[in-house]
Design a protein around this ligand. Sequence first.
Ligand code: KDG
Ligand code: MG
Length: 405
Amino acid sequence: MKIKEIKVTVCSPGRNFVTVKVITDEGTYGIGDATLNGREMAVVTYLEEHVVPCLIGRDPSEIEDIWQYLYKGVYWRKGPITMASIAAIDMALWDIKGKIAGLPVYQLLGGKSRRGVTLYAHANGESINDTLDKVQEHVDQGFKAVRLQSAIPGLKVTYGVLGDKKDYFELQGNRPLPPEDEWSTQKYFNSIVDLMRQARARFGNEVEFLHDVHSRLTPIESARLGKLMEEFSLLFLEDASIAENQDSYKVIRQHTTTPLAIGETYNTIWDCKDLIQNQLIDYIRVAATHAGGITALRRIADFASIYNVKIAPHGAPDLSPVCFAAHMHLNIWAPNFGIQEFVGFGNDKSKEIFKHNFTVENGMAYMSEAPGLGIEFDEEAALKYPYKRSYLPVSRLEDGTLWNW
Ligand code: KDG
Ligand code: MG
């Protein structure tokens, strides 16, 4: 069997998604997600100009060799554009392998380690009460874990809070240039403790709480936050600080027992090797789309398992449902699975394009025995929603200084 054709499609059913379809000469095909929020077209060019021509005629069953060829075989290793491209091809090849074997991908990884995948939902509000009402909605739906983000009093916008937008899937619909958000560490500290205190007072200890700092704090500030959060027993505190210098997490770790999670922007195991090996984190949040696909995430999960670090894959609305499918297979298999971020299965336009039969019940996601990844991509439907340039906001301090994401 040979790879005959590879198509790259960008669609925007609210968010931009880059989808790869690898087609064999025997007619079997597989799909993969190559979406890199705000840099989508760079990945499309990388794939079309530098990856697709090298893969035509190759044997699609040689997933590992193709992965190594696209990673080691290239002088310029790593980076988000390279790794998103490798990821999409890798997912598509696993999809093909599963379809040919007549087995879901998780069976090829080693089979199920659990009945279903535990999810955490998002509660984002304009005020603490508003956020807590959203927690209530998720609890009423059966979720046992919820991420809490609330608008910070005194700031015009708080990243991650919806404002007047109806849903996450439209959040970035019309941002042809990056908007600018404000950040104040002092204002944040003035409100975050109240949010968690009121949440525990209202929901007791039956619900797991999580919180994402979006890397806005320095390590010592994160250490302080971690200590303040201890009384609220978070499942994890996410992206407390940037960890380009992985050693910097030692500062946080030595001050607090609040569990730490990081990794959604990481592209390889090298970005988190020290964090994992030195047990500076508890959850690694790499996404299949951004860190080299199923092949790479399987390797990171195995490495992390030696150090008691669990996987908690990124699940934001800017990862396509194809990435969610890849995560489902990894999560159901990985002995060290922690939790999966979940914001729903997309809006109606997205559901018209991506078809699957994953189900959610009482805060858990379940999958069928469908062979491969168990997700279909409708190219005709995708063409109805063309690419729209759109960016995440940049973050500035109140005096104008450009700040961390
Ligand atoms: O592209 C950026 C988003 O995916 C990110 O802001 C979402 O932090 C995020 C999360 O945890 O889902
Ligand atoms: Mg995050």
